[in-house]
Design a protein around this ligand. Structure first.
Ligand code: S3P
Length: 429
């Protein structure tokens, strides 16, 4: 397990970054291309370990997928083209891969076994296996189908109306993907709207869904036609630079072609409310997913309160928002975010422990955290605990910390951002 040693930024951060492709969109492009008929091509595919796990699983399901750098070509033969895997499907660290793939496998008339790494081994799957069983799929796993390894034998399914207890795009997408081949209509109702990349991309593949505020309906029996997908930059990766540029004095960073799907832009709304200086330029859209260049300059921040509908729009950015809050004037309160406990790590616990070790005034609550700002951070021995977003947050923290910051399990960042530390370093020259 690797360590990385980082020191305080000697200079302002200046330059331009093309953040890698969006993780959620990259996963879906491979999955939908694999069950579509024809050749699907993907540009700016994220070469993070999570998305490579998705490619590896669909190859084991018999799909021919060619990948050269960040360009991918998939020879889809429709649902019928998937075949019984001879090997176990290993999703690595990727929650999106396992949950969405389960939705697809609910309708394949064969047997598959899925597992992942030690983090996946702790993450709850009942939220997906529950509704898929109700639709007719045969599933099992530890704790009655809640934990991997999970085995699934798909078959004929029938549509359901599923009211999810959590706002989760992974749950919503899994049930909708099962609904694609189910008899009748399938509806998912959520407490708050989650990211809608599945609905947008299904449209590109010729599949219609009907959405209202917090619900989506799909009619079974629709098939996918191959598409071309241009993946915009990942706003969840851009978030680390947005915060870095806001807290390192005199900085100015431009982030090129960042995806701005409104179900993902909570980070912009929150940073702007905190007083950040962010401007948008070259705003455009591929017809489905909007994007723009973002420029961030240093500014003094103030505390804020984040809760309710906001949470799903920035769930993955909370670790780095917590860091920004340590530098803001006043108090920041984050609530309604109990979902953080079932991410790659328990992110309430890991964020609070790691930032406390660096000198932050931060306390955990049942469903979030409270941060009293304007604390000086000091470098210390930290740990990503194998969580990519914790590793990147700590690297950004090191830029303003006194002395040396050592991050254990530093390689975790490759899950969503290979080359992250190098990119951060380049901005300091
Ligand atoms: C994702 C949805 C989110 C997010 C994850 C990616 C997706 O999870 O945290 O990183 O691609 O659908 P939930 O929808 O389970 O909250």
């Amino acid at each position: 397990m690797g360590n990385i040693s980082l020191t305080r930024a000697q200079n302002a951060l200046r330059g331009t970054v093309a953040v890698p492709g969006d993780k959620s969109i990259s996963h879906r492009a491979v999955m939908f291309g694999s069950i579509a008929k024809g050749t699907t091509t993907i540009n700016n595919f994220l070469l993070g370990e999570d998305c490579l796990s998705t490619i590896s699983c669909f190859r084991k399901l018999g799909v021919s997928i060619k990948q050269k750098d960040n360009t991918v070509a998939i020879e889809g033969k429709g649902f019928e083209g998937l075949s019984e895997p001879a090997e176990v499907l290993d999703v690595g660290n990727s929650g999106t891969t396992i949950r969405l793939m389960l939705g697809i496998l609910a309708n394949t008339p064969f047997h598959s076994v899925i597992l992942g790494d030690s983090s996946i081994g702790k993450r709850p799957m009942k939220r997906v296996t529950g509704p898929l069983r109700q639709m007719g799929a045969k599933l099992d796993g530890r704790e009655e189908g809640n934990l991997v390894p999970i085995s699934i034998r798909g078959g004929s399914t029938k549509g359901i109306t599923h009211t999810s207890a959590v706002a989760s795009a992974q749950v919503k997408s899994a049930v909708l993907l099962a609904g694609l081949r189910a008899e009748g209509e399938t509806t998912v109702i959520e407490p708050h709207k989650s990211r809608d990349h599945t609905e947008r991309m299904l449209d590109s593949f010729g599949v219609k869904t009907v959405s209202s505020e917090n619900s989506v309906t799909i009619t079974g029996g629709q098939s996918l036609k191959a598409a071309h997908i241009e993946v915009p930059g990942d706003i969840s990766s851009a978030a680390f630079f947005l915060v870095a540029g806001s807290i390192v004095p005199d900085s100015e960073i431009t982030l090129k072609k960042v995806g701005l799907n409104p179900t993902r832009t909570g980070i912009l709304d929150v940073l702007l409310a905190m007083g950040a200086n962010i401007t948008l330029s070259n705003e455009s859209s591929d017809g489905k997913e909007p994007y723009a260049d973002l420029t961030i300059t240093f500014s003094s921040l103030k505390g804020t309160e984040i809760s309710g509908d906001f949470i799903p729009r920035l769930i993955d950015e909370i670790p780095v928002i917590a860091l920004a809050a340590t530098q803001a004037e006043g108090t920041t309160i984050i609530k309604d975010a109990a979902e953080l406990k079932v991410k790659e790590t328990d992110r309430i616990d890991t964020v609070v422990r790691q930032l406390s070790a660096m000198g932050a005034d931060i306390e955990a609550t049942d469903d979030g955290m409270i941060i009293h700002g304007q604390t000086k951070l000091r470098g210390t021995q930290c740990d990503s605990f194998g969580d990519h977003r914790i590793g990147m947050m700590l690297a950004v923290a090191s830029l303003i910390a006194e002395g040396e910051t050592v991050i254990s399990n530093s390689e975790a960042t490759a899950v969503s951002y290979p080359g992250f530390y190098e990119e951060l370093k380049k901005l300091q020259q």
